[in-house]
Structures are given as structure tokens and as C-alpha cells.
Design a protein around this ligand. Sequence first.
Ligand SMILES: Nc1ncnc2c1ncn2[C@@H]1O[C@H](COP(=O)(O)OP(=O)(O)O)[C@@H](O)[C@H]1O
Ligand SMILES: [Mg+2]
Length: 126
Amino acid sequence: MELRTEQDIVRARQAVRLAAQELRLGLVDQTKIVTAASELARNTVIHGGGGMMELEVVTEGLKTGLRLCFADEGPGIADLGLAMTDGWTSGTGLGLGLTGAKRLSNEFELDSAPGRGTRVTVTRWK
Ligand SMILES: Nc1ncnc2c1ncn2[C@@H]1O[C@H](COP(=O)(O)OP(=O)(O)O)[C@@H](O)[C@H]1O
Ligand SMILES: [Mg+2]
């Protein structure tokens, strides 16, 4: 789904909540993945200039989980280490979105470079 406006962020949250419920994730895990999604969707809109969220149910052996991919073709991130530092922001945010999303997920992948856009993939296993 497209992420361009504040309303898109709300719809993304709702879609992730619904998918987490359908997967029968526990309430706490539902909230974790929804909160991570909210931060990453906001980054896509605010920092990435808009992009997409893809949502997929994944299985690995007997494990099942929810995987979310946020992708944009914005300016990218020059210093990934800095971006992954608690409290660091290039703007006026709290600088806890990326680090928070990482803590709230079981798997976290950040792929970005200046001029190449940004792709963040998070997975929460059941
Ligand atoms: N999709 C993105 N495109 C470009 N830069 C990003 C993106 N997501 C995060 N960043 C960079 O990483 C920094 C840290 O992100 P985050 O932890 O969410 O903090 P905040 O959004 O509060 O600034 C941002 O300030 C921004 O510079
Ligand atoms: Mg943020």
C-alpha cells in the first residue's frame, strides 16, 4: 500500500493490526508490530518523501510471522550507524523511531544509501 499522507499512515497501522489479529499474534506482540509499523511508515512519509509498505505472512519451518517492508526512493541515509543511535534525529523528531522499531521486532534489516532510497524490513514471529 502507498504511504504518502498522514491518512495513509493511519491506514497502514490498521492494516498491520488486522493482519496481526488474523495471525493470532498475542496482544502485546500485536502492539509491538503496530508501533514499529507506525514509526517506519512515518519515516517513509516524512524522511523518504513517500513510498510503499508491503505486508506479508511468512513461515519458516513451524514458525509463522508477519513481515513488513517499507521502501522509498527518497534521499537515503548517509550514516546508518548514526541513524541507528537512540535519540539521533536529522530533523525535529525524537530520534527513537528506527531504534524503537528494531527493539520491537524479532528481525530488522535496514538498507539505504544516499540517492538510492531506503528499505526497512521488520519481522515479528508468533
Ligand atoms: N526513510 C528514510 N529516508 C531517509 N532518512 C531516514 C529515513 N528513515 C529514517 N531516516 C533518518 O534516520 C533518522 C532517525 O530516524 P528515527 O529514529 O525514526 O528518528 P526521527 O524520525 O525522530 O528523526 C532520521 O532523522 C532521518 O535522518
Ligand atoms: Mg522517525
